[in-house]
Design a protein around this ligand. Structure first.
Ligand code: SF4
Length: 363
């Protein structure tokens, strides 16, 4: 079997969601969803602004009733990013959200009530120049599809997506984003891989209900990272049992770690072992903290000994290969000289700041 070409982005039709275009040649965008009650406009605006400060490009809000749908109008007046209305069960909430200015609606075809309500929402979205996301979720597939497949398998998710996509395409809807999410990493990857055979609409990717803390982060990184490697993602949402800004931080880390984006310093530090002679853990942490405000791409290597240290440090933009009581500093592949243990952190931070200000850093 020939392995697929990695990171060869799938060819997709660009879809406008307010001032963000998803798909086509556009960079993979980051989105999140607010956790507070959308009817509380002040809290929602505060949460959205924080998420945007962290790097969110689109933000979704839960629309639980008409009041929440109408609140989108006030929210939109106070934030610049596109707002996505998250709709379940009641299609009329999507219509009100679109009237209130939502840039995109996410509907779950499994609980919206069939073809007619879906088409009413899609027609309104077209009228308003908004996008529609068909958000297939393994937990809410239609009864007949579930019965036919016996379980919410990737094939069942794809069948549901194709059925509803056909309704939209037959009606001439032309601003569609798709997602096929499951809390199983394996099923999610398989569903997107299968679906990619049938459509050119962009994919919103993520692992649904990934869970709390490290567990959710690792699951999301495994699933989203794999999909990105396969070229199957146009916009990303990390779902964590935690604050929305944290979801954005994790999404950025995933995109940066697979080389699809660069948001600032990339700290390469060795795991340490019995050869380590300085406190690499503390040095790496202090350097990472000190460089937090820097937004230019910059590789900083902090290595514990002369085994791999000089090689990694030389390959990075700046680095240190530690040894007994100090280390050798490197910048742009060249040895700068030896520093004592106490001088390592200030010296790396100074070099990083200088690099960020240099023409290379600004490029
Ligand atoms: S760089 Fe040296 S200290 Fe760090 S893990 Fe490798 S061998 Fe161990």
């Amino acid at each position: 079997m020939a392995y697929p070409a990695l990171f060869k982005r799938r060819d997709t039709t660009p879809v406008r969601c307010g001032n963000v275009i998803v798909g086509g040649k556009n960079p993979v965008s980051i989105q999140t969803m607010t956790k507070c009650d959308t009817r509380d406009v002040a809290s929602t605006v505060e949460e959205i602004r924080r998420a945007v400060d962290y790097g969110a490009q689109l933000v979704r809000v839960a629309v639980v009733d008409q009041e929440a749908a109408r609140a989108i109008e006030s929210i939109k007046q106070k934030v610049a990013c596109p707002i996505v209305a998250d709709i379940h069960f009641d299609y009329k909430l999507a219509l009100v959200s679109l009237e209130a200015g939502a840039d995109k609606v996410r509907v779950n075809p499994g609980n919206l009530g069939g073809k007619e309500p879906l088409l009413k929402v899609a027609k309104k979205a077209m009228e308003k120049g908004a996008a529609i996301r068909l958000g297939i979720n393994s937990g809410s597939l239609e009864k007949d599809i579930l019965e036919a497949h016996g379980a919410p398998t990737p094939q069942a998710m794809v069948e549901s997506a194709r059925r509803h996509l056909r309704y939209l395409e037959d009606a001439g809807v032309d601003n569609i984003v798709l997602s096929l999410k499951s809390s199983s990493v394996k099923d999610t990857i398989e569903a997107y891989m299968l679906m990619a055979e049938f459509t050119k609409w962009p994919f919103h990717i993520g692992i649904t209900e990934a869970g709390p803390g490290e567990h959710g982060i690792i699951k999301s990184a495994a699933g989203i990272g794999t999909l990105l490697a396969l070229g199957l993602g146009d916009t990303v949402r990390v779902s964590l049992t935690g604050p929305s800004y944290k979801e954005v931080q994790v999404a950025k880390e995933i995109l940066q770690s697979v080389g699809l984006a660069s948001y600032g310093p990339d700290i390469i530090s060795c795991p340490t072992c019995g050869r380590t002679q300085v406190d690499v853990v503390s040095i790496a942490r202090q350097v990472a903290d000190a460089l937090q405000g820097i937004t230019v791409p910059l590789k900083v290597a902090v290595m514990g000994c002369p085994v791999n240290g000089p090689g990694e440090a030389r390959e990075a933009d700046i680095g240190v290969a530690c040894g007994r009581d100090g280390g050798i500093l490197f910048a742009r592949g060249k040895v700068l000289g030896r520093v004592s243990s106490q001088e390592i952190v200030p010296a790396l931070v100074k070099l990083a700041r200088e690099y960020a200000q240099s023409p290379e850093g600004k490029n």
